[in-house]
Design a protein. Structure first.
Ligand SMILES: Nc1ncnc2c1ncn2[C@@H]1O[C@H](COP(=O)(O)OP(=O)(O)OP(=O)(O)O)[C@@H](O)[C@H]1O
Ligand SMILES: [Mg+2]
Lengths: 250, 324
């Protein structure tokens, strides 16, 4: 079953074509890795999918429903949750309250008590239990990334959009987070994951999708993508990355 | 016992108000009653504003418009249409709530300073309108026939005491509503909006709706209180009804006590009004009390932005349960 269809989506900011004619079908249960050089339009694609921006062209179909132009809160309630590349904790609320917000206003629209139980479970799962009563603003960056994940998960989404959740984490934290991403998928949640940490995203993704200057230049298994001449060329501006891409694929 | 603990924040807040009410009740003095009247009126107004300012994070600089408009609508019904106080108060609340509802749809999409400016504009516009609105007496306003008070306990003095206890009951009601909002799912949505509106929406909070209802809730009680206040006053005019200074003082009270907490506006309202009373009777400060209020606001924003309660909560996290 296809959970998300992005059909010919384009997005313009003034004169800048941030996305052009992006088309991708996402089967339920898949982890799709979304990569591309800085400024390629990855975050913009997320923003268009979840309603932060309305696309200039094309349509977004989620679970068979056209959600193009819906407000973010309506999209969220349909079961689409996301994290932010630049974290957005609700600073003056505790970790637990942050996660309760996710559960209360997410797909299942829980009351406070039920949301509290979900929050406790999700916080445990994501490994923030010792911080649960701490103000979100006082967390370090790794913890804030976890909080973003916990809030999104508490909404019990069908589709989860992860924007660079590994950035800024140390290697052991990365390994832990990758494990968590796998477990989330095992719960039946479909995931699109934007990531610059190549070995991790190659490792965990079923398929990879590559953007460059707003154009989709490749889609396929991690091996296919890593050996695609167009992808290598796109990353030539960043030779180090191209090299990492090649070596990780082996 | 468990229930007591759970509601300790609310109980503490109500006890503070009851203690204030007990003061003139015990000593029976009119002057004390008047002092406490202004104090708990401030408590009720500040607690109402707190729903918007403290919980939702929207600064309404023109909140007095709801006090004035509600007051005018209720007063007109009493003075011209011979309504009695209770339905007039209700009508005042409905009028202010309705204004907030439609205003909310229009100006709550503005963020930060733009919203604050728009609320001042609204207050000035409504004041200008009423200044020229003949049924409401234009610039002269309206007055109540003295004989009206005989329906409220026998004479003017009885009516004053009655107003005082009405106000006390209303204030406790405001506090219960404020507490209920603070501890509800709706309130959590408001806090999320205050912290980061876009992020809240992305988590599914229907911000436009939630903000509008917060605005309506924060407007209804000032409307009711306006009717009671001007009933007790005996007359109403545009200038005292839409006094921008009261708006600013309401913000000072909320900020002083601690925005976003239930107890903060109670301490802030009572404390500020007591302080103002002292300034008014002091020859040195009598003419510069608004300047002092402004200076106080500056000090709060610079040094204790979380207000008294917020400061204590941060200092002594163990007290968080009680100091809500
Ligand atoms: N709101 C906006 N207004 C104008 N331009 C924007 C806006 N958002 C993004 N852009 C531009 O669109 C392009 C794509 O940005 P985007 O954030 O989607 O890139 P990205 O692939 O996520 O990059 P990174 O890997 O650095 O996060 C960039 O040139 C960016 O400057
Ligand atoms: Mg990005």
């Amino acid at each position: 079953m296809i959970i998300l269809q992005v059909e010919g989506v384009g997005k313009q900011f003034g004169g800048l074509q941030a996305l052009s004619n992006v088309t991708v079908d996402l089967p339920q249960g898949e982890i799709l890795g979304l990569i591309g050089p800085n400024g390629a339009g990855k975050t913009t694609l997320f923003n268009v999918i979840n309603g932060v921006y309305e696309p200039s062209d094309g349509r977004i179909i989620f679970n068979g429903k056209d959600i193009t132009g819906l407000k973010t809160y309506d999209v969220a309630r349909l079961g689409l949750a996301r994290t932010h590349q630049i974290v957005r904790p609700l600073n003056e609320l505790t970790v637990r309250e942050n996660v309760i917000v996710g559960a209360c206003f997410g797909r299942e629209d829980h009351g406070l008590a039920a949301a509290g139980a979900i929050a406790d479970e999700v916080i445990e799962f994501i490994g923030l239990s010792v911080r649960t009563d701490q103000l979100a603003g006082s967390l370090n960056i790794g913890q804030k990334k976890r909080l973003e994940m916990a809030r999104a998960l508490a909404a019990r989404p069908y589709l989860l959009l992860l924007d660079e959740v590994l950035a800024g984490l140390n290697p052991s934290e990365i390994a832990g987070m990758v494990e968590i991403v796998r477990k989330i998928r095992d719960r039946g949640i479909t995931i699109i994951m934007i990531e610059h940490v190549m070995h991790a995203v190659m490792n965990v993704s079923d398929r990879m999708f590559v953007l460059d200057y707003g154009q989709q230049i490749a889609i396929g298994t991690p091996e296919e993508v890593a050996n695609d001449p167009k992808v290598i060329e796109a990353y030539l501006g960043d030779p180090e990355l191209a090299e990492r891409l090649m070596s990780d694929a082996d | 016992m468990n229930g007591l603990r759970k509601y300790s924040g609310l109980i503490l807040a109500i006890v503070v108000v009851l203690a204030l009410v007990a003061w003139p009740t015990i000593n029976g003095k009119d002057i004390t009653r008047e002092v406490v009247f202004t104090m708990i009126l401030s408590v009720a107004l500040a607690s109402s504003l707190n729903i918007l300012l403290g919980y939702t994070g929207y600064v309404s600089f023109g909140h007095v418009v709801f006090f004035g408009l509600g007051g005018y609508v209720g007063f007109y019904l009493m003075a011209v249409q011979n309504w009695s106080l209770w339905p007039a108060m209700l009508a005042g609340g409905v009028a202010s709530g309705t204004l907030a509802f439609f205003l909310g749809k229009a100006i709550l999409r503005l963020r930060g300073g733009y919203f604050a400016l728009a609320t001042i504009g609204v207050n000035e516009a409504v004041r200008a309108f009423i200044n020229n609105y003949k049924p409401f007496g234009g610039p002269v306003g309206l007055s109540l026939n003295f004989s009206v008070y005989q329906n409220y306990g026998g004479g003017a003095r009885e009516a004053l005491w009655l107003s005082f206890y009405m106000l006390a009951a209303l204030t406790i009601l405001v506090i219960i509503v404020s507490y209920a909002v603070r501890t509800s799912k709706f309130g959590l949505g408001l806090l999320a909006i205050r912290e980061d509106e876009d992020a809240a929406e992305i988590m599914g909070v229907r911000a436009p709706n939630a903000k509008t209802w917060a605005y309506v809730l924060s407007a209804i009680f000032p409307g009711i209180l306006g009717v009671l206040f001007f009933f007790k006053n005996g007359n109403i005019e545009p200038a005292p009804a839409f006094r921008l200074q009261l708006s600013i003082e309401m913000i000072v009270m909320v900020m002083l006590g601690g925005q976003g907490t239930v107890l903060g506006p109670i301490l802030g309202g009572a404390g500020y009004q007591r302080f103002r009373g002292f300034l008014l009777t002091n020859p040195l400060f009598k003419n510069i009390q608004l300047a002092v209020a402004g200076f106080l606001l500056l000090i709060i924003v610079l040094f204790i932005p979380a207000g008294i309660i917020g400061w204590v909560r941060n200092r002594f996290p163990k007290l968080r349960r009680v100091l809500q």
